[in-house]
Design a protein around this ligand. Sequence first.
Ligand code: KG4
Ligand code: ZN
Length: 331
Amino acid sequence: MMVLGIETSCDETAAAVVSSGRHILSNVVWSQIAIHHPYGGVVPELASRKHVEKIVPVVEKALSRAGKEPTDLDGVAVTCGPGLIGALLVGVSFAKAFAYSCQLPLVGVNHLEGHLAAVYLAPEPPPFPFVALLVSGGHTNLYYVLEPTLFEHMGQTRDDAAGEAFDKVAKMLGLGYPGGPAIDDLSRQGDPNRIRFPRALLNSAGFDFSFSGIKTAVARYVDSQQGCLSIEDIAAGFQEAVVDVLVQKAMLAVQTKKSKHLAVVGGVASNSRLRIRVKEEAVRAGVSVHIPRPELCTDNAAMVAAVGYHYLRQGKYSGLNLDAYSKVANC
Ligand code: KG4
Ligand code: ZN
């Protein structure tokens, strides 16, 4: 089964062709970073306008790179939420028109399910059931994944998402947008143990997270130093604190479920320190760890096509009344 995936939930216009929910034939991502960079964050109006401009060429490129015609496809999967509503509407409207004109089944996909499905695109996906840590710009969630489309929600952040904390701290340090990769790079030159930032909820609150306090702690530290700062050490200390919490909570979830398999997905899963630390802890605990390659951790349409495959196989289609949802993605 050949599925065209479409993703426009934030600042990437993306399209991909995936066969059998596993094999990527093409994966095209047009990043808007350069458009939003001068503003220090994503400007929703600009994002929507760029998606309108890029959606057709990006889909054309995905089809041509895969060597496929619309008639070779078996379905169209599109992210319908959560995300920026104007941005989502571009992908959803395009997907509806494309599916209707090519007489293909359409399926609306939850963006978070998309991130989880990125692990199925790896050469060795985790066997079911497995624990998954999803860390992105808008979410920090722990799941117990029973089947490709069946999850138990174990925990989440009570305030900021991990990626949001990276972005806000990067802004504070004058590193610009997007903050995660900038902090990741700078931290390589810093000492992760020189400044100890708080690890919120580490020994309490089950599987919930909190990242708003660490942002304030970094701001206070910056103020207290009156200009004598090593931003490398601040970046490394902040990153170490976030990674500590993420790794320890993920390992606690694995122990609680007596699972032997852990997946880490979402944009923050491309963080080099998190990748190293989670692998170290997993090896120690005899747990197999599955982290998609970095370009499949950040937003892409191959993961959307992978989810679409499972729903289409189950005969679960969306109608042409498919809508976009900024928060609850019950599409
Ligand atoms: O999954 P994603 O591409 O989009 C959302 O669904 O939010 O995640 C984007 C987030 C941003 O907050 C970005 O700063 C963060 O992932 N991110 C990183 C890294 N690369 C992206 N955070 C830490 N280290 C990275 N290398
Ligand atoms: Zn995402």
